[in-house]
Design a protein around this ligand. Structure first.
Ligand SMILES: NC(=O)c1ccc[n+]([C@@H]2O[C@H](COP(=O)([O-])OP(=O)(O)OC[C@H]3O[C@@H](n4cnc5c(N)ncnc54)[C@H](O)[C@@H]3O)[C@@H](O)[C@H]2O)c1
Ligand SMILES: O=C(O)C(=O)C[C@]1(C(=O)O)C=C[C@@H](O)C=C1
Length: 362
């Protein structure tokens, strides 16, 4: 059995656990300092085993995924560096910054084991294992940061394991990663938060701000609801890069102030045209391009009324089903029902509802 240990089974760690759990030859162990979280991981069946002991989680692990906030990654690397790890073990992380953690790993003595930084470019504004999903990484890019000293075999083994995420792996230098991801992820999170807080201040004197806030405001501010601790750590860690980006952002905003002061309509039009052109050149939203439906499969006994029971249950909880198909139904043989959903959230809700009474597979 290949043992995968996951430290921090939250949104990202939990989603990875769901990608690996139940796959032939893999066993997944979750770690948390908190006994209540350990219970929760087991109850939600996200992992095969769970423990509060770092030693137990790491012992004989073939892969260790560090999925804790960026500010705790180095502490975990230090703790692991003094444990007797399995020779050849690959340690990786999922932190949103890569320069500091790869630098720390390169300075530590990790005899016989290999660190390869990682960062799946997929996420949500929600956190915790409750938000985890086996589909989170599908078609997303997954950055890995091997260096010249990384053995090919260690990289290949990690890449093979990560096939289960259905993400596209891409090798990036850690410092370059932080510059680029600072611009396309960290800066937008700051802008969203600043914008929401500005409007919240106006709203204190007139609730019409909140009431009239429509698509535009919602589109640009979804990520303002992201986890404060996760983002505190990311921003502090990547502060040098972000400070430069914020200065450039100030210049962008000053440009708009200048154009408005000068009533420069041509300039404003030009800015919108430039932005429109760049944005339409972005790759299609990757999630959902290949899978326009989210499917689940339910084993159903062959007796009358079963389909009605399932659709009534989903309907009563306002789960929006977009298609239903009986894949197999023979006398005395359990049938398989394929339920399709347009939205991942609807599929997750259906899974929760149905797994109490039926065997459900994704
Ligand atoms: N949220 C995203 O969209 C996203 C995307 C890609 C990568 N990441 C990175 O993934 C990592 C985890 O983020 P997440 O979104 O899954 O967050 P999360 O809050 O859902 O999960 C964090 C996990 O770490 C544990 N944890 C928190 N503080 C800890 C501490 N002091 N010591 C030990 N464990 C602790 C929590 O119990 C939880 O299991 C972060 O490094 C983040 O930068 C996040
Ligand atoms: O979709 C979201 O909610 C995200 O914030 C995901 C997102 C991003 O900014 O794109 C956030 C942090 C990550 O490290 C990677 C992805």
């Amino acid at each position: 059995m290949t043992k995968v240990a996951i430290f921090g089974v939250g949104l990202i760690g939990g989603s990875l656990a769901l990608c690996f759990k139940g796959k032939p030859g893999l066993t997944v162990v979750g770690h948390s300092n908190n006994p209540k979280s350990v219970e929760k991981y087991l109850k939600r069946e996200v992992v095969d085993h769970a423990t509060t002991s770092i030693e137990e989680a790491a012992a004989e692990a073939d892969f260790i995924f560090l999925c804790v906030p960026v500010g705790n990654l180095e502490e975990y690397l230090h703790k692991l560096s003094v444990l007797p790890l399995k020779p050849g073990c690959v340690i990786t992380d999922v932190g949103s910054t890569k320069a500091s953690v790869t630098f720390c790993a390169s300075r530590l003595q990790l005899p016989g084991v290999h660190f390869i930084g990682g960062h799946p470019m997929a996420g949500k504004e929600k956190s915790g294992v409750e938000a985890a999903s086996s589909r989170l990484f599908e078609n997303a890019f997954y950055v890995l940061t091997p260096d010249a000293g990384t053995p090919k075999d260690a990289y290949d083994r990690l890449a093979e394991l990560l096939h289960h995420t259905r993400a596209h792996l891409v090798k990036v230098d850690p410092v370059l990663h932080d510059e680029i991801v600072g611009a396309i992820s960290h800066l937008p999170h700051i802008i969203a938060v600043a914008l929401v807080n500005q409007i919240a201040r106006y709203n204190e004197s007139n609730e019409l701000y909140q009431n009239l806030a429509a698509g535009g405001f919602r589109d640009i501010t979804r990520i303002a609801s992201s986890d404060p601790v996760i983002w505190r750590d990311i921003l502090i860690n990547n502060r040098e890069v972000i400070l430069k980006l914020l200065r450039d952002w100030n210049d962008e905003i000053s440009g708009f102030i200048g154009r408005l002061e000068a009533e420069d309509g041509v300039g404003i039009e030009r800015e919108f045209q430039k932005a429109n052109q760049f944005r339409s050149g972005l790759p299609e939203r990757r999630k959902g391009v290949i899978h326009s439906f989210y499917d689940i499969y339910v084993d159903v006994p062959d007796h009358p009324g079963i389909i009605a029971q399932i659709t009534t249950l989903l309907g009563s909880q306002r789960v929006n089903l977009s298609n239903i198909q009986i894949i197999e139904s023979r006398e005395d043989v359990p049938g398989v029902l394929r339920l399709s959903f347009r939205e991942e959230g609807q599929m997750d809700k259906a899974l929760e509802l149905l797994k109490k009474d039926y065997a459900v597979h994704v």
